[in-house]
Design a protein around this ligand. Structure first.
Ligand code: AMP
Ligand code: GLY
Length: 421
C-alpha cells in the first residue's frame, strides 16, 4: 500500500520512519518532508502543500492512507476535503480540530462537559482584559485564541508582563488574527505530562505517556518553544493517573464531541498539569501528535502503526491493542541560532552518521542542497535514543548530540531531569 504523510518536521520524519517498517507499506510520500525523509530510500518527498493539489496527487498515486502531521492543514479542513473525494485520511475534520485551533472553543467545550481545566475568561477588548488583570492579579496566563506554533502563551509572573502580553496580542496585533481574541486563565502549578490517544470516533487507543520541555533553556527558563526535548514514558503518569486521565479527560472529550454532533477521528493530545494531590487539569488540546513527543513515543512502539491508523481511518479501531518496548526513550532537540524568535537558516550540519539500533536522528528543520545538509528551520534535529532506563537512554542521546555540530546550535542539557527526582 501507499502512504502519504503531510508535514515537514521531526514528528513527520518519525511517522514516516515508523510506517516504513510496516510490511503492508511499499511506498511513502512525505509532503513536503525534510532532508531526513529525502535520504531514506523508501520515502519520497513531494513539494506540494496546496490541499487541492495533494488530493490530485493522492488520486493519481493511488494513496491508500494519508496521515496529517501538523495542525495548520487540519484547521483548513484537509480531512473534510479528502473525505469528500473518497480518500482515506487519518486526522480530525475542521470541526473537530477546533479543539486545538481555538482556545476559546476548547475552554467552552471543557466547561460545558465538565472536563477539568483552569478557570478563564475570553476577551477581544483590551480595556476589559486589562481590567480583568487588575481584578485577578498575577501570576496569570494569557493565550492567543488561534494557532501560534506554540508561541501564543504567556505565563505572566507579574501584572506588568500580563498587561504587556495583552497589548502585544490585542493592541499591536503581534499574532494577527490568532491573537485578536485572547483567553486569560488561572495560573496552575504542578508537573506537566502529554497524553496522546488514537481515536476513530468511538474506540480510543492510548499511546505511551510522555513529557515535553517547552522552555528554551535549562531548568525551564527562557521563552516557550514548540518543545526542546521529550521522553517516554513519563513516570508521573502512574497506572492510577493513567486511569484518571482516561476517565476525567479523554473519554468525556470524545463523548462530549459526539454529543455536540462532531465525530473525533485522529490523534487527540491532552496537555495536562498534575498537582501534588494528583489532581489533573487540562492545559490544552492538540488534535495531532506532539512534536517532539512523537519521536520518543514511536521509538518504543512495537505494533504496526500503519495498520492501526488505516483501520482507525475506517472506524475499525475496535479490537486493536498496542505493544510497547519495555524501556525508555528520549529526544534532545537541537535548535537553530536565534530560535524561537528568528531562527537562522543555511548552517551546514556535520557529524550525522553514527547511529545504531538504539539511536536515531530524526530531522526537523533540515534541507539537502548539493549533498550538504543545511538547517532550514527553528528546530533542526531530534537526537533520539532508547535504553533499559531513562538514564541510559539520556546518556546515549547526549553522547550522540555532542558529536553533531552546526554553528549556533542550541540544546538543553537537562532533558529528562525531572523524571530522576
Ligand atoms: P499551551 O500551549 O496551552 O499548552 O501552553 C504552553 C505552556 O504554557 C504549557 O505547556 C505550560 O507550560 C504553560 N501553561 C499553559 N497554561 C497554563 C496555566 N494555566 N498555568 C500554568 N502554566 C500554563
Ligand atoms: N510539543 C508540544 C506540541 O507538539 O504541541
Amino acid at each position: 500500500m501507499n502512504a502519504l504523510i503531510i508535514g515537514n518536521g521531526g514528528r513527520e520524519h518519525a511517522l514516516a520512519w515508523k510506517i516504513s517498517q510496516s510490511p503492508l507499506v511499499n511506498k511513502i510520500y512525505v509532503a513536503p518532508g525534510n532532508a531526513g525523509t529525502e535520504l531514506d530510500s523508501i520515502i519520497e518527498n513531494i513539494n506540494i502543500t496546496d490541499i487541492d493539489l495533494l488530493i490530485e496527487f493522492a488520486i493519481n498515486k493511488n494513496i491508500d492512507l494519508t496521515i496529517v502531521g501538523p495542525e495548520v492543514p487540519l484547521s483548513k479542513g484537509i480531512v473534510n476535503k479528502f473525505i469528500e473525494n473518497d480518500l482515506y485520511i487519518f486526522g480530525p475534520t475542521f470541526q473537530a480540530a477546533q479543539l486545538e485551533s481555538s482556545k476559546d472553543f476548547s475552554k467552552k467545550f471543557m466547561k460545558k462537559h465538565g472536563i477539568p481545566t483552569a478557570d478563564y475568561a475570553t476577551f477581544t477588548d483590551a480595556k476589559l482584559a486589562h481590567n480583568y488583570i487588575e481584578q485577578k492579579g498575577s501570576p496569570i496566563v494569557i493565550k492567543a485564541d488561534g494557532l501560534a506554533a506554540g508561541k501564543g502563551v504567556v505565563v505572566a509572573m507579574t501584572d506588568e508582563e500580563a498587561h504587556n502580553a495583552i497589548n502585544l496580542m490585542l493592541s499591536d496585533n503581534q499574532f494577527g488574527d490568532a491573537g485578536a481574541r485572547i483567553v486569560i486563565e488561572e495560573f496552575l502549578q504542578g508537573e506537566e505530562a502529554s497524553f496522546i490517544v488514537i481515536c476513530d470516533g468511538e474506540t480510543v487507543l492510548p499511546l505511551a505517556s510522555s513529557q515535553d520541555h517547552k522552555r528554551l533553556f535549562d531548568n525551564d527558563m527562557g521563552p516557550n518553544t514548540g518543545g526542546m526535548g521529550a521522553y517516554s514514558p513519563a513516570p508521573i503518569v502512574t497506572p492510577e493517573i493513567h486511569k484518571k486521565i482516561m476517565s476525567e479527560v479523554i473519554l468525556p472529550t470524545i463523548a462530549g464531541m459526539k454529543k455536540d454532533g462532531i465525530k473525533f477521528t485522529g490523534f487527540l493530545y491532552a496537555g495536562l498539569m498534575i498537582d501534588k494531590r494528583n489532581k489533573i487539569k487540562t492545559l490544552e488540546f492538540n488534535c495531532r501528535m506532539g512534536d517532539p513527543e512523537t519521536q520518543p513515543i514511536l521509538f518504543r512502539l512495537k505494533s504496526d502503526l500503519f495498520k492501526i491508523l488505516y483501520d482507525a481511518s475506517m472506524s475499525k479501531l475496535e479490537g486493536h491493542n498496542i505493544k510497547w518496548e519495555n524501556n525508555s526513550a528520549i529526544t534532545i532537540v537541537m535548535a537553530a541560532k536565534n530560535y524561537p524568535n528568528q531562527p537562522r537558516i543555511n548552517d551546514e550540519i556535520i557529524g550525522l552518521h553514527s547511529t545504531n539500533q538504539d539511536t536515531y536522528v530524526f530531522h526537523a528543520g533540515t534541507t539537502l542542497i548539493n549533498s550538504k545538509i543545511l538547517t532550514s528551520g527553528g528546530r533542526v534535529l531530534g537526537i533520539t535514543a532508547k535504553g533499559k532506563t531513562l538514564e541510559e537512554a539520556k546518556n546515549k542521546a547526549y553522547q550522540l548530540t555532542n558529536n553533531i555540530y552546526f554553528d549556533g546550535a542550541q540544546y538543553r542539557n537537562d532533558i529528562g531531569k525531572k523524571a530522576f527526582k
